[in-house]
Ligand binder design. Structure first.
Ligand code: NAD
Length: 485
């Protein structure tokens, strides 16, 4: 008697989304299931219809259980209603389920898809949870608003390690880091420092760092000089769209949002409502998201089959409208016919483009290393931020010096980061948002000094909108100096 072995199906959650979502999801599933992907698909509803039912984050409470159970989410784009307190579903899902890494491969398909960068083949790994994306914002005075940028050592270590492990697992040769640590010496400085530390653990992989402005210029000009790139959230958000666009079309790229427990895979573009329901959209972006998903769940053979068949279809000139170009393209097709063309070519390889070979049984060791022992933290002073319109730096300094809390002294007054007292420059523009730095006048600067200063400031009629503690860590200053200090 013979027993037929059936491969175990991996449960995944699928959402068809809005606009072009249902069409490109149908096409994508046909391509990957045709290639032998073993999936147990559990469907959830997200997006416009859910928002319209009054659920402001675009997802039903019960869908969270499905996501937590399957741990893998293939998501078509959705339409986010404008304004009205609606939350971005993407950001909600990423943050709620701890998806710390965003991975976006961008490769050109020269000469079959028009691009100025024929040899581009890079992957952007972007920190996905912190930086300014905590969305911690405050309006503090009539004139001044602020957004808090948080960069932590654990999140920086995890994303940088992910980038190096990704490079090693995918036989890539170099990891490049972008930061702006010449200006943000403490936050971006930490990211860069962690990058340098972790790079030492991967001597087989070249590493380099660029200040993000010149790095971005190089990326747009000579993207073929990059391989894997890793960067904090905001730079990664902006530059991963640039990278996708310069390969030829944003309609081609997919992305993965990786977490320890749950991961989400999608196209990088949106729901393109004006193209919806016309069998026009290119399903390639979502398909690439699905290929990253198959690799993630250990089905890289199916991913490789689809990818090579897709390259063959592109090379044969079977193109959707967005990449169609008379002379290069042979056949302009719709979403569904494009999927048919890929399915017909399953098992084939491209003849001119380089066939892809997916790494098998990849193991990425992202486990956190033992935390460094905490450094000795000592209070060195306090910054009082004060809302005061129509004053001069000297007049405000006089009022602050009159607070006269024993053991403390006013050392500098700054306005939006620039020193304005002592010896300020009369040309410096001053807003209504001032920072008064108090440090020790000899002995230790204690917590009670902060309370006494606040109390004295309030009694003196000053509007203190926030305080920031000044600390040293193992004797190293953990706060910035004012510009010109
Ligand atoms: P979009 O990416 O949806 O579309 C911009 C243009 O790009 C389209 O008009 C179309 O010409 C082209 N395009 C996009 N995808 C294509 C494809 N697969 N094939 C062919 N052409 C394609 O951007 P948008 O118009 O700014 O946003 C539309 C909606 O999508 C908004 O509600 C937005 O909030 C949402 N959105 C969702 C996601 C997501 O769910 N991940 C991402 C971005 C935007």
């Amino acid at each position: 008697m013979t027993t037929i072995q059936t491969a175990k199906k991996t449960p995944i959650t699928v959402a068809y989304g809005d606009g072009i979502g249902p069409e490109i999801m149908d096409a994508t599933l046909r391509m990957i299931l045709g290639a032998g992907a073993q999936l147990d698909i559990q469907r959830i509803e997200i997006g416009e219809s859910v928002y319209k039912r009054g659920l402001g984050n675009g997802i039903e409470p019960a869908s969270w259980d499905t996501l937590r159970r399957t741990k893998v989410f293939l998501k078509a784009p959705i339409t986010t209603p404008q304004g009205g307190g609606f939350k971005s579903l993407n950001v909600t899902v990423r943050k709620t389920l701890g998806m710390y890494a965003n991975v976006r491969p961008c490769a050109s398909l020269h000469p079959y898809v028009a691009t100025k960068h024929p040899n581009m083949d890079l992957v952007i790994v972007r920190e996905n949870e912190e930086d300014v994306y905590g969305g911690i914002e405050h309006r503090q005075t009539d004139q001044v608003t602020q957004c808090l940028k948080l960069i932590s050592r654990p999140a920086s270590e995890r994303i940088v390690r992910y980038a190096f492990e990704y490079a090693r697992a995918n036989k890539r040769k170099k990891v490049t880091c972008f930061t702006k640590d010449n200006i943000m010496k403490i936050t971006d400085g930490l990211f860069h420092k962690v990058f340098d530390e972790i790079a030492q653990e991967y001597p087989d992989i070249e590493n380099e760092h660029w200040i993000v402005d010149i790095g971005a210029a190089k990326l747009a000009d000579t993207p073929e000089t990059f391989d894997v790139l890793v960067m904090p959230n905001l730079y990664g958000d902006v530059l991963s769209d640039v990278a996708a666009q310069i390969t030829g079309s944003v309609g081609l790229a997919g992305s993965a949002n990786i977490g320890d427990h749950c991961s989400m895979f999608e196209a990088i573009h949106g729901s393109a409502p004006r193209r919806a329901g016309q069998n026009l959209a290119n399903p390639s972006g979502l398909m690439h998201g699905a290929l990253l998903m198959l690799t993630h769940i250990g089905q890289s053979e199916a991913a490789e089959r689809v990818h090579n068949a897709w390259l063959r279809a592109i090379e044969d000139g079977v193109h959707t409208y967005d990449i169609y170009k008379a002379g290069t393209s042979k056949q302009k097709v719709g979403t569904s016919e494009f999927a048919d063309a890929v399915v017909e070519r399953l098992g084939e390889k491209p003849q001119h483009l380089k066939p892809v070979e997916y790494a098998k049984n990849v193991h990425m060791n992202i486990a956190a290393r033992a935390a460094k022992p905490a450094q000795v933290k000592e209070r060195a002073g306090v910054d009082l931020f004060i809302d005061l319109p129509a004053t001069s730096p000297d007049a405000l300094a006089e009022r602050l010096r009159a607070l006269a809390v024993p053991g403390t002294k006013l050392t500098v007054l700054s306005n939006r980061g620039t020193k304005v007292w002592p010896n300020g420059n009369p040309d410096t523009f001053c807003s209504d948002h001032w920072c008064a730095r108090f440090e020790s006048d000899g002995g230790t600067f204690a917590g009670r000094h902060v309370v006494q200063l606040l109390d004295a400031a309030v009694r003196a009629g000053l509007d203190v909108v926030k305080t920031e503690g000044l600390y040293t860590f193992d004797g190293t200053r953990g706060y910035s100096l004012a510009q010109g200090e």
